[in-house]
Design a protein around this ligand. Structure first.
Ligand SMILES: *Cc1c(COP(=O)(O)O)cnc(C)c1O
Length: 358
């Protein structure tokens, strides 16, 4: 039996809230003359025409996405990146100063930051040293009555590891609160997406983004797939025009190029697998962690020195060596084939430099 009851976990003030009603909410049909929203009727300054407020419910884009994901548009919520959806979920369901969220570090930093901004205590069940989930510890953590939201990141950032989907669903069946599954990197992984399971699991929220596989990080667009009741709650508290018209148009255009997206994903995955093999051959590389994402987490025998050496040679990686569980690790995003070759070339000359010093 599912223990989840939406009415019991929504914050009472959000439940009572009468949302701000924008001009576009009150009239969404087609007319000749719009004098309802204090826009500039003479048009935009600059070359593009953007003088009207955006569609607050992103109807056309949601219809396009619904087709692509084979789900109902009413089960989609769009945010300014997944980051906004994470923040809205915490604000809608976690009572400040009382409720808690659960993360499995090392993981994506926004879950903790958004929780802290909202004065929500963060419970941590660290991943094991091979970055697998400590399932027993998660089972005992969900007994906490104040726990409202669990964040699963799969593939996980920064480890690139997967969380067993069956485990996530078992937790969803047995948890009173919401289970958020961040699938930002799912396009690069060989695993099932849980997108469709929001139908059977009313407490499941799946997050995806245009920032990674779609190559559209600049437009700031994140997607959430969830029950219609949760979508309605998030709609109540979001800013009316959170997704700008240029963003909606660019995303809608991108939906016509799914094959191009798949080609890029395939190339990145092939480069990732090749790069992992090459990195393993370097004497000062200790571990290349298996990755299902568009990056590799690599343990060196002296990560900071490698980081500095690469930076001096115009290559910036992410130093994760101060993160518990990621000691001596750099996170390296997969670049273009030429960039990856340059990376390998520099790493090979780093070995020589080191040997020269010894
Ligand atoms: C990059 C990333 C995102 C995407 O965030 P946006 O706000 O959509 O750009 C979400 N989750 C994880 C784990 C990420 O690494």
């Amino acid at each position: 039996m599912n223990k989840f009851n939406l009415e019991q976990i929504i914050r009472p003030n959000i439940k009572k809230l009468t949302p701000y009603s924008s001009a576009r909410d009150e009239f969404s049909g087609v007319a000749e003359i719009y004098l309802d929203a204090n826009e500039n009727a003479l048009g935009s300054i600059g070359s593009a025409d953007n003088h009207r407020y955006p569609d607050p419910m992103q109807k056309e884009l949601k219809e396009g996405l619904a087709k692509l994901e084979d789900i109902n548009p009413a089960n989609i919520f769009l945010g300014v990146g997944s980051d906004e959806i994470i923040d809205l979920l915490i604000r809608a369901f976690c009572f400040p100063g009382r409720d808690k969220t659960l993360i499995m570090p090392p993981t994506f930093g926004m879950y903790e930051v958004s929780s802290q901004i909202n004065d929500i205590e963060v419970l941590s069940v660290p991943l094991k040293s091979d970055f697998s989930v400590d399932e027993e510890a998660v089972w005992s953590a969900i007994r906490d009555e104040k726990l409202k939201l669990i964040f699963f990141c799969t593939p996980n950032n920064p480890s690139g590891s997967l969380v067993n989907p069956d485990f996530i669903l078992q937790i969803a069946r047995n948890f009173r609160g919401l289970v958020v599954v961040d699938e930002a990197y799912a396009d690069f992984a060989e695993t099932v997406s849980l997108t469709k399971y929001h139908d059977q699991y009313p407490n499941l929220v799946i997050l995806k983004t245009f920032s990674k596989a779609w190559g559209l990080a600049a437009i700031r667009l994140g997607m959430g797939f969830m029950s219609e009741s949760i979508v309605k709650i998030l709609n109540k508290i979001k800013q009316p025009g959170n997704i700008s018209t240029p963003t909606q148009l660019l995303a809608l255009q991108a939906l016509d190029f799914v094959e191009e997206k798949q080609k890029k994903v395939d190339l990145i995955v092939a480069e990732r697998n090749q790069l992992a093999i090459e990195l393993t051959k370097l004497s000062y590389v200790e571990t290349v962690f298996p990755s299902q994402a568009n990056f590799l987490l690599v343990r060196f025998n002296q990560a900071r020195a490698v980081y500095s050496y690469l930076a001096q040679n115009q290559i910036i990686t992410r130093d994760r060596s101060k993160t518990p569980g990621c000691e001596n690790c750099l996170r390296i995003t997969i670049g273009t084939p030429a960039e990856n070759r340059k990376l390998l070339k520099e790493l090979k000359s780093f070995t020589k430099d080191q040997e020269g010093e010894l």
